[in-house]
Unconditional design. Structure first.
Length: 308
């Protein structure tokens, strides 16, 4: 097994990331593991992203340029069956990887022939390169990861902030079995959680806790909008995903067209839960010392304004 050197397809989806794409690509081309297929997927970028991609001439590169934007899901789904690698991993166009990321993930598959998917640790940076987030305790074993995904949304088992699906390396047949991203998630955040859940629930998983993957949360990006709640769908989608997973474990596929009415009902419940949680947060803030002190200060300034 030590002599096994599988071809790894690295799918690199891009959309308007001209500021970051060169570093993202370079971080893959410079990997210590060299048996790679580097798959450029430009999703109809409107800036100079494609021009920068064209400057790279490494013979391992394969290019798929789309003329109509498919919001990542459609573009990646189309490319997955075309990948030649036994293993598939991802590198977002505004992120980058440590030089030994892929080598360490392949080593995990070498060590366990039954392994289906492997994650790594990650860090989040702002546009200026300042570290903004580092996971505290990351689920690493198969049991811990299964518990995190199978109980997604329940108290004490939320994966957000501890696992990011962008770090995954997965056996191609398992990824194909899921048929890629479900169309339900078009334009919604969290699209990879349900996909990965389908793999994790049936196959062994592991995480390398070292932060081998670096996320850039750029202002105005999709991930930035969902983190700030600007994307309205991000307000309730996490509750919906937890319900998709819970129903799946009960033998009900909410994404089956036959269950459309049930899905709409669960979406409404999720919206109500999100609204209730937001109101509770507001009420808790109004009871906080900082809010009360701030209110007193503002009141004093209002009094001075009346004296003018």
């Amino acid at each position: 097994m030590d002599s096994w050197q599988p071809l790894v397809s690295v799918i690199l989806p891009c959309y308007n990331v001209e500021k970051y794409i060169a570093k993202a690509v370079q971080s893959i081309l410079e990997q210590t593991y060299e048996n790679l297929e580097v798959v450029f997927v430009d999703d109809a970028s409107l800036d100079g992203t494609r021009n920068i991609l064209d400057t790279f001439t490494d013979k391992r590169i394969v290019r798929y340029y789309f003329e109509e934007n498919r919001r990542k899901i459609g573009a990646v789904n189309e490319v997955i069956p075309l990948c030649k690698g036994e293993l598939i991993c991802f590198q977002d166009g505004d992120d980058w990887s440590e030089v030994d990321r892929i080598e360490k993930q392949v080593s995990a598959f070498k060590a366990n022939p039954n392994l289906g998917i492997c994650f790594t640790g990650f860090e989040i940076f702002d546009e200026e390169g300042v570290l903004k987030h580092k996971p505290q305790v990351m689920p690493a074993t198969d049991l811990e990861i299964k518990n995190a995904f199978l109980n997604f949304g329940k108290s004490g088992s939320d994966i957000k902030g501890y696992i990011t699906c962008a770090t995954m390396m997965v056996r191609k047949p398992l990824l194909e079995k899921t048929k890629g991203y479900h169309s339900y998630f078009f334009g919604k955040p969290g699209e990879d959680i349900f996909l990965v859940y389908q793999i994790v629930k049936q196959h062994e998983s592991v995480a390398i806790t070292k932060a081998l993957y670096k996320i850039v949360r750029s202002t105005g990006s999709f991930t930035d909008d969902q983190a700030k709640g600007i994307n309205i769908k991000s307000v309730y989608i996490w509750n919906v995903i937890s319900k998709l997973i819970a129903h799946d474990q009960a033998g009900v596929n909410l994404l089956d067209p036959e269950n459309r009415e049930l899905l709409l009902e669960q979406e409404l419940i999720s919206c109500e839960e999100a609204l209730r949680a937001t109101l509770e947060d507001v009420n808790n803030y109004k009871m906080s010392t900082s809010y009360k002190v701030g209110k007193i200060i503002v009141k004093q300034f209002s009094f001075l304004k009346k004296l003018k």
